[in-house]
Every structure is written in C-alpha cells, then in structure tokens.
Design a protein around this ligand. Structure first.
Ligand code: SAM
Ligand code: SF4
Length: 423
C-alpha cells in the first residue's frame, strides 16, 4: 500500500510540473515515504533522515506516510532539515502544500485524519508495466490492540465502484493484465454510490473487465471474510487462486486480547470454505509472536494451527510496542529473546510445511505471468495464480516479461518452484 501511495504521490508531483530523478542525490526536493507498523521500520526512518541531513545540503525534505502522521510536528524537532510532514489522509492536499513549500514556508503540515475522501489522481506513476496496484478502500475502523494503523491512516473510506471500474478499464487499455486491489481491510469495502456493491461484487466486476486476466486483493480481515468471496473466486476465472488472511495467533485467548473479533474456530471455518473450493486456493497469513501474555500453551496453539491449515506462506513478526495502542497497557510483556526464540520456531515449522506443500506441485503445469529474467541463473521468473514464484528455462531470444507462459514444475524448494516452459 505504501509503494502504491508513492506511485500516486509521484503522479501528483509530475502533474504539478515536477520531474522525477533517478537518485536522491540528484533531487532538489526529496519526498520520503515511511512506515511505522513496527518499531524497527520507524527507527529506520530517523536513521535515514540523519543520513539525508549529512548528504542533503541545499535540498528540501518532505516526510510522508505513517511516521509523519504519528510523529507530526515532532519530526521538525528531531530532524530540523525537514520542511514538510504529511500523513496519507492528507495526500489530496499535496498540490496546495507544494505551493506553500515553493513560497519558502519551512514548516508545512498535512496531519488531519478527519476526512471522508480517498486519494485519487489521474496521474499515478506505476513502476510495474504489467501488474497494477489499485486502492479500493483506505483507513481502518478496527481497533486491534497492537496496531497503529487506525491512528495513522484514519477511518475507512471506500471508493465508488464506478471509479474503481473506470480505473481498471483504463489500466486494461494501457496493457496491464493484472490488478491487485488494495486496502487495510478490503472485505469491509462498501460502495458509497447508489449501486452499493460489497467486496465480492466489486471483485467480480473487476474480474469481468475486458483485458484483465488476473485479479488479486490484499488484505482480508478474517472477521469480514464472507463465503460470497469464495463463491466469486469460483465463478470468475480472472480471480487468482490466492487469499492472504492474517490470523495473527492460533489461540482464541490471545485473539481476544488482540481484539481481533474472531476465534480460532471461526478462522478455521473460513479456511474450510477455501479448502472445499474446486479452485486450488493458496492461503497465506501473518503471525505475531510474543503478544503480551502469550503463554507457552498459546504459542503451541499457533504452531498447531500452522500444522492444521498448512499455509502456503506466512509472514511472521515479533510483537512490537506501538504508540497509542491499547496493548501497551497490558501486563506480562514478553522478552526480546523469548520473542526471537518463538519466531525462529514458527519459521522452522513453516519451512517444513512449505517444503512439503511445494513438493506437491512437481509434475503439474502452471500458468505464469513472467516478471523478468535472472541473469545469474539464466532463468525466467514467473508468478503463478497462487502467487508462487516459478523460475523456468525457455529458449526465447525475445523478452518474455509481461507475457503468460505454461510451465511444468520439475523442482520445488520452500520458497519457490522451478520448471520448464511447455509452450
Ligand atoms: N489489516 C491487516 C489485517 O488486519 O490483517 C494487516 C495490516 S498490518 C499493515 C500487516 C501486519 O503487520 C499485520 O497483519 C500484523 O501481523 C503485523 N503487525 C501489525 N502491528 C504489529 C505490531 N505492533 N507488532 C508486530 N506485528 C504487527
Ligand atoms: Fe491494524 Fe487490525 Fe486494522 Fe489490520 S484490521 S490495519 S491489524 S487495526
């Protein structure tokens, strides 16, 4: 989502007459987009700002994104060489803020979260010529005890289905064949226009746009993930065989403490819909280890869930204390060493699952969207509908990037597959 925000911000700047340069060294105005989801990401921001200070004489600096929103004007104190601080809910104001900057104002801010608008611009500068990100909903109305997002991205705002479909058609005309719908919680999408579409209807609508061959979406919240989404995937070939459904923990007790609004059993019921589907839906998830109060038994429940679901991939994180969040007030915070130990166990357990799951692909033929060529290995890099990396050999002298190829899987590792092109 941050990467796509940057694409939209760049588009806005270009439409205001600015020109993009290849490196920060060449820039007069440096926009730095930031993430504060975990403490480590936030620390990186201040480290980088320090570096800019040393190397950036005569330049103007702007800090965007979640650290900007969270720290606000404190950034001017910590990094006095910064002239603008703007959170994502204020990106619509960027043109006016740029005028203030150009007028020599050295303390420009965009920090209001009180907005009903989404950030749309006709000038998005997409980096990938084949796969396009497309925001359908911004902000988050949930209140997970560990999460800073509701404080940094503001309340939920959905785009109209008409505007999402118009952008999808435009993307198809420009040659994009894959779109990835984005939101903190795409399942709570509600079309604000009279059509009143829900997420499953929007998904189906986008998948029916001529020229769009693949539709992905992220992120889904288990509480709002309803059966019609699986039905939509079954009914529409363009919707990819992949759902990212962050569970965070396998223990209902911890899920309750996290305020996730579902139990382990609720989650497993949803997984059951996908496993019962006639489409081979790959399922990936996020796991947080070491949430305050997580006992050995709770942790074992998470490991048990990994075994039961057999996810295709997971993103594992150590719990990180975030400002403003309700989990700060909880007792029994877990030590860093113990969090590291649990994360290593989770990753080891999952690695074995992925080796086993990926081995099942050997012998199968998968459709790949070619993402590029790896000179070091002499292989083309493809992405399957299930979002697996499939590297393959092909005698082509021409560039296959952006094309679709059928590939027979001959080898499997924990994180990728390898094979040979069959057409
Ligand atoms: N909205 C999505 C959801 O509810 O599943 C996730 C959004 S968040 C940007 C991505 C992931 O970061 C979460 O699923 C969670 O695993 C992780 N995360 C968020 N806050 C965290 C924290 N304080 N410590 C560790 N991991 C965190
Ligand atoms: Fe954060 Fe929870 Fe919202 Fe996801 S649903 S963005 S984890 S508060």
């Amino acid at each position: 989502m941050n990467a796509h925000d940057s694409e939209k911000v760049i588009g806005t700047l270009v439409s205001e007459g600015y020109r993009r340069v290849p490196t920060p060294e060449e820039a007069e105005l440096v926009f730095y987009n930031t993430c504060s989801i975990r403490d480590k990401a936030e620390q990186k921001v201040f480290h980088r700002l320090d570096q800019f200070k040393r190397d950036g004489k005569g330049k103007t600096f702007a800090v965007l994104g979640c650290v900007a929103q969270q720290e606000g004007e404190k950034i001017f104190e910590k990094a006095p060489h910064v002239s603008m601080v703007c959170g994502s809910a204020s990106y619509n104001q960027l043109p006016q803020m740029l005028v203030q900057l150009e007028a020599g104002n050295r303390r420009v801010t965009g920090l209001s979260l009180d907005t009903a608008d989404t950030f749309e611009t006709p000038m998005t500068r997409r980096d990938n010529p084949h796969r396009a990100y497309l925001t359908i909903i911004e902000g988050c109305d949930k209140a997970c005890a560990y999460c800073v997002v509701p404080f940094t991205r503001g309340p939920e705002r959905s785009r109209t289905s008409t505007s999402v479909l118009a952008e999808t058609r435009q993307l198809a005309q420009m040659g994009y064949s894959e779109v990835q719908l984005l939101g903190q919680n795409v399942n709570s999408y509600r079309d604000p226009s009279a059509a009143g579409w829900d997420f499953a209807q929007l998904l189906d609508g986008v998948g029916r746009v001529e020229g769009i061959r693949r539709v992905r979406f992220t992120t889904s919240h288990p509480r709002d993930f309803v059966k019609p989404i699986v039905d939509a995937i079954e009914a529409n070939e363009a919707l990819c065989n992949h759902v990212h459904l962050p569970v965070q923990s396998g223990s209902t007790r911890i899920l309750e403490a996290m305020r996730r609004l579902y139990t382990r059993e609720d989650y497993l019921r949803t997984i059951g819909w996908m496993k019962a589907s006639r489409r081979p839906i790959a399922i990936t998830t996020d796991i947080i280890v070491g949430f305050p109060g997580e006992s050995e038994e709770d942790f074992e429940a998470t490991l048990g869930l990994l075994d039961e679901v057999e996810f295709d991939a997971i993103f594992g994180f150590k719990y990180s204390r975030r400002p403003n969040t309700s989990a700060l007030a909880l007792e029994d915070h877990i030590s860093e060493e113990e969090k590291s130990r649990r994360l290593a166990i989770v990753q080891e357990r999952q690695r074995a699952i992925q080796i086993r799951r990926n081995a099942e692909y050997v012998g199968r033929v998968e459709e790949c969207l070619v993402e590029g060529f790896n000179k070091a290995t002499g292989q083309w890099m493809g992405r399957t509908s299930q979002n697996k990396m499939l590297n393959f050999l092909h005698p082509a002298a021409t560039d296959l990037t952006g094309q679709y190829r059928y590939v027979r899987v001959t080898r499997a590792g924990p994180n990728s597959l390898a094979g040979e092109c069959v057409n």
